[in-house]
Design a protein around this ligand. Structure first.
Ligand code: ADP
Ligand code: MG
Length: 218
């Protein structure tokens, strides 16, 4: 599904944002990407999505990947439905994407807000719209950057259910978050990054107290 081989990413100031990272992800796996601020989580996701070029190393992907940005990046002047239709209409203009957009909105529990503008929505609703918009591109891998940041506990619980339903669609996920409680609830496997290196690769289900284990390595 995804093979990352010895990637290095140096920033403009010659700092190693990623320093020899290798990782193999299999289909339908949910990977949690943990690590302190500045450890390279966003950089790794951005390199996988090809938003940034790696300095060296290789990334092999078998399918398309989709990216869910930390701040949603919805178009404020477009309705929810228009936000969902925008990218697919550029890629395949001859197709009618509306039905598939309405199906995703229904699946994610927000069919009633299709004509609303992003500015009128709650954080949880925006997150669902951002997710629906990513799914419109039919990604095999979904990359989520800090999907719970700025959301309250109840909304985070909803996001967990939501992301589990994405996994049920057969989509592989890599979820970057500094929230270990959230990550241990959602992930099959957690990769801990520190200063651009992988310092742990573990399955939370194999540990009695996975948060304690990870905290000690932080
Ligand atoms: P995280 O998402 O884990 O907080 P980042 O991937 O954003 O970490 O950052 C990793 C490192 O790369 C940090 O040292 C950060 O300062 C640096 N970095 C990230 N993006 C840039 C950039 N566009 N220009 C310069 N340095 C950057
Ligand atoms: Mg980040």
């Amino acid at each position: 599904m995804l093979k990352i081989k010895n990637i290095v990413k140096k920033t403009k100031r010659n700092v190693f944002a990623l320093n020899d990272v290798s990782l193999t992800v299999t289909k339908q796996e949910v990977i949690g990407l943990a690590g302190p601020s500045g450890s390279g989580k966003s950089t790794l996701l951005r390199c996988i999505q090809e938003l940034e070029k790696v300095t060296s190393g290789r990334i092999e992907k078998t399918g398309k990947s989709g990216f869910m940005f930390q701040d949603f990046q919805l178009f404020p002047h477009m309705t929810v439905l228009q936000n969902l239709l925008y990218a697919p209409q550029i890629n395949t203009p001859k197709q009618d994407h509306k039905e598939s957009a309405l199906t995703f909105l229904k699946k994610l529990g927000i069919p009633d807000i299709k004509d609303a503008f992003p500015g009128t929505l709650s954080g949880g609703q925006k997150q669902r719209v951002a997710l629906a918009r990513s799914l419109m591109m039919h990604p095999e891998i979904l990359l989520c950057d800090e999907p719970t940041s700025g959301l309250d506990v109840a909304t985070i619980r909803e996001i967990i259910t939501l992301l589990k339903s994405v996994q049920d669609l057969g989509i592989t996920m890599i979820i970057a978050s500094h929230d270990l409680d959230f990550l241990t609830k959602i992930s099959d496997r957690i990769i801990l990054l520190k200063e651009g290196k992988i310092v742990a690769d573990m399955q939370p289900s194999q540990f009695e107290d996975p948060i304690d284990y990870l905290t000690k390595l932080y």
